[in-house]
Design a protein around this ligand. Structure first.
Ligand code: ATP
Length: 760
């Protein structure tokens, strides 16, 4: 219902995010964009040229003609994303370009992906599309999209075969009853053919040419099968020996010879797909043939070549280049499923209905559930033995129970934490109190004799000069010993923090000292929350963090339906946002999944110094709301707008918790006071301005320090107040002084006698 309503202001898009070209189709409108998947960027800084518009056709025009400082990049290679940021920027640009006026809401998109990509690569596509501005993202295999796009009767109980030869990958699939029966995906297609032409010319003509020139030559005269009239073309390059530019005349027979290896790889992919196809369906293919799609299929004589080599008649689809984008376009609205449902027996229909209902749910669940359901019903259809089926069901149930168990464990842990904090009000802040790593005095041993003496008499070479007293402790100098213990009310399990970063935890508390364990130690365990790297309010599941003993950690028990991605932040689950600050463990470094495993295998890089984007204090996050308020305050002089500025600043602080919000509010108050004071006291003499500004800055700085301290007490216990308040104070003083100076000097108060008199 919601989607139907949203549909009035939004659109359903089908995207063929290809290695060479990106195509976008809009449901009900057809193809709206067809551009090369290329971006032109500055080598230093990585900014996209032409104000972010050097993408697609514009960038491709620059290919091979750029100076040293500029590079033209393809964010995808072999069908998968190799540069996430550029891919995201490119997708965002294409989505904006293909949106028509009036779409107020982000679109839903179906994206085709190669059949052989890993779950992590799929996740990358999924996340890039989300970040580029898609409301919901569904993934569909390229071969399935191509089969639907070229109009094959995929829903019927006969075999249909498609071979999609793109720029980076070739996808071969045999489909029947709406699903893939056998498929192969190889990373050999147009790009590998271009490379083969480059290699051929280098080998046989000692001529070095670029990939764009090789592509032109291949398209102009390349062929896969002998032609009635062979072609000839000239190509320019650089002589490998002399290094000088020269030309060579090349024939289509030679290009055919050069394309030999990649074409053989494609034949091999088709053969291996046919091998895995049940005999009855393979027999269908002899009659129905296979359809070639994708730009690579436009190679002259490829249909004849593949027919001869595979024994299956091949024909090139009429819209070979746009078939993949049209496929999901036809999927949008789930027309295909409707057709499938109409053709299938009721047992299968009920299976598909389950899959369809799942498909209505957003995100990765679509892909996972559709795969599971279709595999399941295919097995039944073919009469797979009942024992295997029961095993599958049992495994699914086990996975569901494990997930439920983990959820309950997490919930219990959370509740225990809250209970502990609630019971001991006094220790509420102590639990958050960052512990200070002791500054130990280093003791050196001097010479052989001295060493023996020291050992014998337990003497250290430090004394009163280092403020050592008779009661002082002699500690193991390693970092995992703290000079605080029961005397400081430390408890086992308390986190040791460096600011808001988790360094480790207390594992053994003595009367005056404690032992700690760093997060990467093998025995380290904690329940953690994984949070989207860009949207801190989006949680990507919870799991058990364990130290790996090699400087990293891993997280177990996170369900594979959770959209965890590289770069996501990992926080301790011990505290909720409502109870205090987020305590950071680190960043997700890799996400993998063992075949058939119900959980992700996640690697975490523990946080290090320099991770300051997550620190709260002293870190100025540009908060546009507050910035606008601040600019308003700076450009007006009347008391009422200043008071409004103050309120807006406060609201900004509440909404975004940015230090700029507090600053805006306090600056408004201070400016207001200065303006009023100057009016009342007639302070116009320049000599009086200086003490006034100094006083205002001090008041303002103290105010911010007071607020920061208050926030800090609430969030972080008492130890760090001083540090935080000082940091905030320095920052705000530096910020306020020039602003107040500008205000004081640029705006002279109007003398009282010049104010307009009230009319009687
Ligand atoms: N007329 C033609 N003859 C031969 N090859 C062609 C022709 N036109 C385009 N190509 C090739 O088709 C390839 C691009 O095809 P397509 O747009 O289907 O790929 P893609 O979808 O971007 O790649 P992939 O599906 O592998 O990610 C390029 O390698 C290009 O050289």
């Amino acid at each position: 219902m919601l989607n139907r309503l949203l549909g009035r202001w939004t659109a359903d898009l089908a995207i063929d995010l290809g290695t060479a070209n990106t195509l976008i189709g809009v449901a009900g409108e057809g193809l709206v964009l067809n551009e090369p998947s290329v971006v032109a960027v500055e080598r230093e800084g990585g900014r996209i040229l032409s104000g972010g518009c050097a993408v697609g056709h514009l960038a491709k025009q620059m290919l091979g003609r750029t100076p040293e400082s500029i590079s033209v990049v393809r964010p995808l290679s072999d069908g998968v994303i190799t540069d996430f940021q550029l891919c995201e920027a490119m997708l965002r640009y294409f989505l904006q370009k293909s949106q028509r006026q009036g779409w107020a809401i982000k679109p839903r998109v179906v994206i085709s992906v190669p059949g052989a990509i890993t779950p992590v690569e799929k996740r990358a596509v999924f996340n890039s599309a989300h970040r580029a501005g898609a409301r919901e993202v569904f993934l569909l295999s390229e071969s399935k999209a191509a089969a639907i796009g070229v109009g094959l009767p995929v829903a019927e109980p006969v075999a249909s075969m498609v071979c999609d030869i793109g720029g980076g990958t070739t996808e071969v699939a045999v489909m029947s009853l709406g699903d893939t029966v056998a498929a192969s995906s190889v990373r050999v297609a147009g790009d590998k053919m271009d490379q083969a032409v480059v290699d051929y010319l280098r080998r046989n003509y000692s001529l070095r040419i670029g990939l764009p020139a090789a592509e032109r030559l291949r398209i102009d005269i390349g062929s896969a099968y002998p032609m009635a009239d062979e072609l000839v073309d000239e190509v320019s390059g650089v002589d490998v020996v002399s290094g000088l530019p020269r030309k060579a005349t090349v024939t289509s027979e030679e290009i055919r010879e050069a394309l030999g290896d990649p074409l053989e790889d494609i034949v091999e992919a088709i053969r291996s797909t046919l091998d895995r196809c049940p005999p009855d369906l393979a027999a269908d293919l002899v009659d129905n043939g296979m359809v070639l799609a994708g730009g690579g299929s436009l190679t002259r004589g490829l249909d004849d070549f593949l027919s001869q080599r595979t024994g299956i008649p091949a024909r090139v689809a009429t819209d070979a280049l746009s078939a993949v984008a049209k496929g999901p376009g036809r999927m949008v609205g789930v027309l295909v499923l409707a057709v499938v449902l109409a053709c299938l027996p009721s047992e299968i229909v009920s299976q598909l209905r389950g899959a369809w209902q799942t498909a209505l749910r957003p995100s990765l669940q679509l892909t996972v559930a559709l795969q599971e359901n279709t595999t399941d019903f295919r097995n039944r259809w073919r009469g797979t033995d009942a024992l295997g089926e029961q095993l599958d069901n049992a495994q699914q149930q086990q996975a569901a129970l494990e997930a439920e168990n983990l959820r309950l464990v997490n919930q219990m842990h959370d509740l225990q934490q809250r209970l502990a904090l609630a019971e001991d009000g006094a220790s509420e802040h102590a639990a958050l109190q960052p512990l200070v790593v002791p500054r130990l005095v280093e003791a050196r041993v001097i010479g052989q004799q001295g060493r023996a003496l020291l050992k014998q008499l337990s003497i250290v070479d430090a004394g009163r000069a280092q403020q050592i007293l008779p009661e002082s402790f002699v500690l193991d100098g390693s970092v995992d010993v703290l000079d605080l213990g029961e005397d400081a009310r430390l408890q086992n399990g308390q986190l040791v923090l460096d600011g808001y970063r988790v360094w480790g935890k207390v594992v053994e508390v003595g009367p005056r000292v404690s032992r700690t364990m760093p997060v990467d130690a093998e025995d380290y365990r904690d329940i953690v929350r994984i949070v989207d790297r860009e949207d801190p309010d989006r949680e990507h599941g919870r799991g058990m963090l364990e130290g790996a003993g090699d400087g990293t950690c891993r997280i177990r028990l996170v369900d594979i339906t959770q959209p965890v991605a590289v770069g996501d932040r990992v926080y301790s689950a011990a505290l909720d946002d409502t109870l205090g600050p987020k305590l950071l463990y680190g960043e997700v470094e890799s996400v993998q999944r063992e075949p058939g495993a119900p959980h992700w295998d996640i690697r975490v890089r523990p946080t290090q110094a320099g991770f300051d984007s997550l620190l709260r204090v002293g870190n100025v996050v540009p908060d546009w709301f507050a910035l606008v308020a601040l600019l308003t305050v700076l450009t007006i002089r009347k008391p009422r707008p200043l008071a409004i500025g103050m309120l807006v600043g406060l609201a900004a602080d509440f909404s975004a918790a940015g230090p700029l919000g507090i600053s805006t509010a306090l600056l408004s108050i201070t400016t207001l006071s200065v303006t009023q004071l100057r009016r009342k006291l007639h302070i116009e003499h320049p000599a009086l301005q200086v003490p006034l500004i100094a006083a205002a800055t001090t008041v303002y700085t103290l105010g911010v320090m007071l607020l920061a301290s208050f926030q800090s007490v609430l969030a972080n216990g008492v130890v760090s107040i001083f540090l935080e308040a000082t940091g905030v104070g320095i920052y705000t003083a530096a910020f306020a002084l020039p602003v107040l100076m500008i205000i004081a000097w640029s705006r002279e108060p109007r003398p009282l006698h010049s104010l307009p008199l009230a009319r009687p």
